[in-house]
Design a protein around this ligand. Structure first.
Ligand SMILES: [Zn+2]
Length: 216
């Protein structure tokens, strides 16, 4: 009989009885938790426990394309280990294109909201412009692709400290655009949290803007 309490470790696939990960991975991953921080023009600070690499990358791809109940629980378990600023509300990066497809950022935001005891406002930011999928763009067009594609709900955002939740932060351009939309309607501070960030480049996000001579 199918036992609903049997899960597989998201990082090494052995059978586990909790919904986080196996003891070996828990010990190993704890050593790698590194509060990776950075900022973008509009996002005051962002953080993630892991770099988007190796088993973390594999686990994320499995989560995205073959969603399993315990992955969300496991990712949030590690995300909450980061230093997170207290915020009034948590929001997610709105999903792209196909509305019926689940949005991993939404799943993570919902769970983080419970972990952090911060209200989740699912509809605080909307995607208003159809854009190419970010991974179909090269780096320069990634920055331009999302320009003004999000609109925030002033009633829900104005005067508040906001925490944006996403699955991975790559160039930082997505959370920057969401943060920009929030600031436009009077958000106080905007922070972001993800499960992983891609290697290092985000630390000099504003320099990258200069490098590509992109004007916003
Ligand atoms: Zn494991």
């Amino acid at each position: 009989m199918f036992n609903d309490n049997v899960y597989f470790c998201p990082y090494c696939n052995v059978k586990i009885s909790n919904d986080i990960c196996c003891d070996l991975c828990a010990n190993d991953l704890k050593k790698f938790i590194n509060t990776n921080v950075g900022e973008t023009e509009y996002c005051d600070s962002f953080t993630a426990p892991f770099l988007y690499d190796d088993i973390i990358r594999e686990a994320m791809l499995n989560f995205k394309f073959n969603v399993k109940k315990n992955y969300c629980e496991s990712f949030c378990y590690f995300m909450k280990e980061c230093d997170i600023f207290y915020c009034d509300i948590i929001i997610c990066v709105p999903s792209f294109r196909r509305k019926s497809r689940y949005n991993t950022a939404d799943l993570l935001a919902k769970r983080m909201s419970k972990f952090l005891n911060i209200k989740y406002e699912r509809r605080a930011v909307k995607k208003v412009k159809e854009t190419k999928l970010q991974h179909e763009c090269d780096f320069k067009s990634r920055l331009l692709n999302l320009n003004d594609s999000f609109v925030a709900n002033e009633k829900l955002i104005k005067g508040k400290d906001i925490l944006i939740c996403d699955d991975i932060i790559t160039s930082g351009s997505t959370i920057d655009e969401v943060a920009k939309a929030c600031k436009k309607v009077g958000a106080k501070n905007v922070y972001a949290i993800a499960f992983a960030v891609s290697n290092g480049s985000f630390k000099n996000f504003s320099d990258l803007h200069k490098k590509f001579e992109i004007k916003f």
